[in-house]
Design a binder for this molecule. Structure first.
Ligand code: NI
Length: 167
């Protein structure tokens, strides 16, 4: 197992579009384990492969209190969405920044686990937010893209400055 470095906004690699997983291999199982370890260590409730510079449609999520309900989404698809809800979001790629985003309130998604098993699940509240947030990463989208241009410009400048100071 290994902790993977997480890309930070506005790194251009966060804009890459992930390719579907075509084979369920031991390498995929290892990637999922490393991503889960990285997410739990951060700590965070979700991580998309894009954020660790692997451009494949793979996501790990755990929104449970006890951090013992790992959800693996390989090639996820949202097959139904309804309602609207606004929640405060954060992102491991935008450390220290939180803001409100409007998304579908309830979704049904379909995905494979890391062994290739297909499953379907309904989600609301934090899990619904998290699935939509992480699926955005797979198409090169970051939650701050939903903010006003002014807020985003300020945030980008702040992040660039911070990254320069960090060397
Ligand atoms: Ni994120």
């Amino acid at each position: 197992m290994a902790l993977l470095p997480i890309l930070e906004y506005p790194d251009p690699r966060l804009r890459k579009v992930a390719a579907p997983v075509t084979a369920f291999t031991p390498d995929l199982v290892r990637l999922v384990r490393d991503m889960a370890e990285t997410m739990y260590a951060a700590p965070g409730v979700g991580l998309a492969a894009t954020q660790v510079d692997v451009h494949k449609r793979v996501i790990v999520i755990d929104t449970s209190e006890a951090k013992d309900e790992l959800l693996v989404l390989v090639n996820p698809q949202i097959i139904a969405a309804e309602g609207e809800a606004e929640h405060e979001e954060g992102c491991l790629s935008v450390p220290g920044y939180y803001d409100r985003v409007v998304r579908a309130a309830r979704i049904t998604f379909r995905a494979h686990d890391e062994h290739g098993r297909l499953y379907e699940r309904r989600a609301d509240e934090l899990l619904a937010v998290c699935v939509q947030h992480e699926m955005d990463h797979l198409v090169g989208k970051v939650f701050v893209d939903y903010l006003s241009p002014l807020k985003r410009t300020r945030l980008t400048a702040k992040q660039r400055k911070k990254q320069r100071l960090a060397g």
